[in-house]
Design a protein. Structure first.
Length: 252
């Protein structure tokens, strides 16, 4: 039986509140992500997507449950996990005051790449993104779409086994978003496992499998076509809306 690269079992994250019950960010989340798979995590703001990513990155300690990346336990073997994970945050995470070349050097050094490898990466990204147009420009002055593609390239430059993308297309135009998803698919074909969070339901259609998260609880998980068929809807957007309406009815 195929074993997933990422395995999450009964993950819970509770935040104590000074007055009142704990705030529950994640409540019993279980899922797996396989090699060469794009796994979409879909949910509205506050659904728990960023909390789950924080757990996988070792930034938040779960209240209950366990998570593994390539058989390494999150939180206990983080020094071994860091070199095999690439991460791109929803907030632009590169050094804006530095040039794109300097950013490649900085992150290449952090990833432990050799000078020869960093030079190779500089040549690759310059050609790929046509960055020769911005030889003397700092990152802050690059167009948003170019910034996003550059951040993606840097997250992949050390050949991670898991790539985490936290709402990577937020704020970009539809054309740039489509090109970005082509880049994600190209990365998937190299065998990397990709976890991508989004609040755009239409983007879930590009994923191999998708998980609908609502208030820290998994509402549905599976192949997009099967999820739509089971729910009797024509799109993930319709499924997402139907699921949210059901949750609101239960809350009344």
């Amino acid at each position: 039986m195929r074993r997933p690269n990422v395995l999450i079992h009964d993950l819970c994250v509770h935040y104590p509140q000074r007055n009142g019950p704990d705030f529950i960010a994640l409540n019993g989340v279980s899922l797996g992500i396989f090699k060469g798979e794009t796994f979409g995590l879909l949910g509205a703001n506050g659904a728990g997507k960023s909390t789950l990513i924080s757990v996988l990155c070792g930034l938040v300690t779960p209240s209950n449950g366990r998570a593994f990346i390539c058989d390494l336990e999150v939180g206990k073997q983080q020094h071994k996990i860091k070199p095999i994970v690439g991460y791109m945050s929803q907030q632009f995470s590169l050094y804006k005051e530095l040039s794109w070349q300097q950013n490649i050097h900085v992150f290449g050094g952090l990833y432990g790449l050799s000078y020869r490898k960093i030079k190779q990466k500089l040549e690759e990204v310059e050609k790929d993104l046509e960055l020769y147009r911005f030889q003397h420009g700092i990152v802050a002055e690059l167009p948003l779409g170019v910034k996003q593609h550059l951040a993606f390239f840097i997250a992949m430059m050390h050949s991670p086994r898991l790539l985490i993308l936290d709402e990577p297309t937020a704020g970009v135009d539809p054309w740039t978003r489509r090109l970005f998803w082509q880049r994600i698919d190209q990365a998937r074909q190299t065998g990397v496992s990709i976890l991508v969070t989004t609040h755009y339901p239409e983007e879930a259609e590009y994923c191999d499998r998708v998980c609908l998260l609502e208030q820290g609880v998994v509402q549905a998980i599976g192949y997009p076509e099967k999820l739509k068929s089971d729910a009797g809807v024509s799109s993930i957007a319709a499924l997402f809306g139907k699921q949210r309406n059901q949750d609101k009815m239960l809350d009344v």
